[in-house]
Design a protein around this ligand. Structure first.
Ligand SMILES: NC(=O)c1ccc[n+]([C@@H]2O[C@H](COP(=O)([O-])OP(=O)(O)OC[C@H]3O[C@@H](n4cnc5c(N)ncnc54)[C@H](OP(=O)(O)O)[C@@H]3O)[C@@H](O)[C@H]2O)c1
Length: 295
């Protein structure tokens, strides 16, 4: 039995699907009965989940119960959770309490980046894992290609891909499906203990180039439009984004503006024994479009 935390999020669902393709019995840890129902029914109906457990990641007893009888844990912490290190400590304790020796941590590319607090927090979790006495593997994905689809409606209706950082900053966008395939592999195959794997896509694309790919995918012009960070912050406040998340995202965008986020795809290619998905292939798969083609 494998335990996946944060299982109802976009990462968790992708990992569950990848594990189900491998036929691995899986226990999904989710926060609410609505999330449990969503997993169990429509959204990922192809997944044959062995069990769904409802609980809070900050609840020591819930984590210990969830880990009981598991051979390995895939530890996904919610995005930008302020208590990620404390939750990691609870997760490690739960693993020990249930004699689960193996833990795979879903980290992030360049956790060393102190200027982005949610990256820096993951570095501290990684350091804690080294001291945990568990057999650990750490996956460090770059930004998912799927993030771009959050603005899909605006991209399709207005031909506008809005970003609060330089359109020239470059990112090694990675396909979440590739990340999930790698996650399922390291969870179900031996030989990955002690490894740290950077998971990046095969191109370093600017937002202008992302917009070009999107344009070909949907069959209409798409422009990357840089909006002032202050405008983004104003909108985010109007939408009720929590203050801590707003601060974290603002720091991330300031960093992106100067440096982007670029890695190298060779580790992911070696793990998958194939080239990781490129942005064009991702767009063709995700966006319903007539025969997109790049010049
Ligand atoms: N997005 C990227 O490009 C990217 C790249 C690299 C790494 N990552 C990392 O990937 C991880 C997962 O991100 P994600 O966007 O897939 O996850 P997410 O949606 O932020 O969270 C995953 C799930 O955890 C649940 N959750 C939140 N607080 C909880 C709590 N206290 N107890 C139990 N469950 C709780 C959420 O439920 P609710 O919906 O109810 O809150 C959600 O279903 C993050 O650590 C992120 O940093 C993301």
């Amino acid at each position: 039995m494998l335990l996946v935390t944060g299982a109802a999020g976009k990462t968790g669902r992708a990992v569950l699907r990848a594990l189900s393709r491998r036929g691995a019995p899986t226990r999904a840890f989710v926060r609410s009965s609505e999330q449990a129902r969503a997993l169990d029914s429509l959204e990922i109906s192809e997944v044959v989940l062995s069990e769904i457990v409802i609980g809070d990641l900050t609840d020591r007893r819930a984590l210990a119960n969830a880990a009981a009888g598991c051979a390995a844990i895939y530890f996904i912490c919610p995005n930008m959770h302020p208590e990620e290190l404390a939750i990691a400590n609870l997760m490690i304790d739960a693993a020990h309490a249930s004699d689960c020796r193996r833990l795979v941590y879903h980290s992030v590319l360049h956790p060393q980046t102190e200027a982005m607090p949610h990256h820096w927090q993951k570095l501290r979790v990684e350091a804690r894992l080294f001291e945990s006495g568990l057999e650990t593997t750490i996956l460090q994905p770059c930004a998912y290609m799927q993030n771009v689809l959050a603005a899909r409606c605006e991209i399709e209706t207005k031909g506008c891909y809005r970003i609060p950082y330089s359109a020239e900053s470059r990112f090694s966008w990675v396909d979440l499906e590739d990340v999930a395939e790698a996650a399922a592999m390291v969870l179900t195959e031996p030989g990955h203990e002690g490894a740290i794997y950077e998971l990046s896509g095969p191109q370093r694309l600017s937002s202008r180039e992302v917009a070009q790919h999107l344009a070909l995918g949907i069959g209409r012009a798409v422009q990357a439009q840089v909006i002032p960070l202050t405008d983004w912050q104003h909108d985010a406040r109007q939408r009720g984004l929590p203050a801590a998340t707003l601060t974290n995202l603002s720091k991330m965008f300031e960093y992106y503006d100067r440096y982007g986020l670029a890695g190298n795809s060779r580790t992911l290619a070696a793990l998958l024994s194939r080239q990781p998905t490129d942005f064009r292939t991702f767009v063709e798969r995700e966006l319903d479009s007539p025969e997109p083609s790049m010049p």
